[in-house]
Design a protein. Sequence first.
Length: 305
Amino acid sequence: MRSEMFKAASVFLSLVLIIAVGPARAADPDWKAVEQALGKSGQLQAGDVFRIGMPRTDLAVTVKGVLVKAGFALGSYAAFKQVGDKAMVMGDLVLLDQEVPAVMSGLLGGGLDVTAVHNHLSEMSPHVMYMHYEGHGDALQLAKALRQALSASATPLGTGATAPAASAGPALDTKQIEQALGRTGRDIGGGVFQVTVPRAESITEIGMPLLPAMGVVTVLNFQPIADAKAAITGDFVLIDKEVNNVARTLRQHGIDVTALHNHGLQDTPRLFYMHFWATDDPAKLAQGLKAAVDQTNSKTAEGSK
C-alpha cells in the first residue's frame, strides 16, 4: 500500500514540476559546427538569431557607374533561429545570372525552399540576382545543405576566403546622417554606414516570430562617393497600404524605386520589400528617407517622444 502511495506521490510531483517549469527546452545548436559547415563565422544577435554574413567580395559590381562595396549591396547571409526542437534558417543569396539555376537546384535538392528570385537594383554590371530562401530542421544539416548549394557559385567561403583590405577613400559625416534620420546607425565595414528601422508590429510565419536580425527590417545603407556625396540603397519593409505612400515620398525626394516584391511566402502580416537607389548630398538623402520612414508603422527611435 505504501509503495503504491509513494508511486502516486512521485507521479503527482512530476506533473507539478512540468506544469511549473514547462517542457524541457531544446539545447541550442552547436553554432561553431554551423560556422565550420558554412566556412564563415557568425554572430549571435538580438532574439537569439545566429547570423552569418557571406558577402560577394569576389565581385566588382557597378550601379550606374558607381563601384559598390560588398556590404553596401552584395551581402548574402544566413540567419538561424532555434524554435523548439528545430531550427529555422532564412536569408538572401547574391548570384550572377549564370549561377542562379544550379544554386536553386542545390537548395531545393537539399530540402530548402526558394521564396523569391529577383533584382534589387537597376543598371548593375555585371548583372546580379538575389535569391531568398528558408528551411526548417537541424541547424547543422541546414548549413551543410546551404554550403552544398553555394558550391555552384563563386561565393567566397572556407578558410581561404578573406575580404580585400579596405582602401582609403571618401568618408561620410555619419552624425549629420543620424541627425537627419533621427536614428543611430553603425559602420558595417568598408566605410558603409547602415541604419535599420524595425517595424512596430509583431511579424510571424506559421506562428514563428520573424525578427529584425533575420532580415525583416527596413535597411538604409550609405556609401561615400566622390565630391562629398553618398550613394544609398537598401529596402523598406512594408504592408500593402504603405507601398504607394512610400514610393510617392521617395520619388518626391529624387530617390529611385528599383524593385518591389516579396521576400517570404507565409509572413503575417503580408510584407512587401521596396528597394531604392540615389546619389546626392548625404543629409539631403537622409531627409528623404526619413520622410518615407514616417509613412510606415515603424518603431519609434530610442530617445524620441
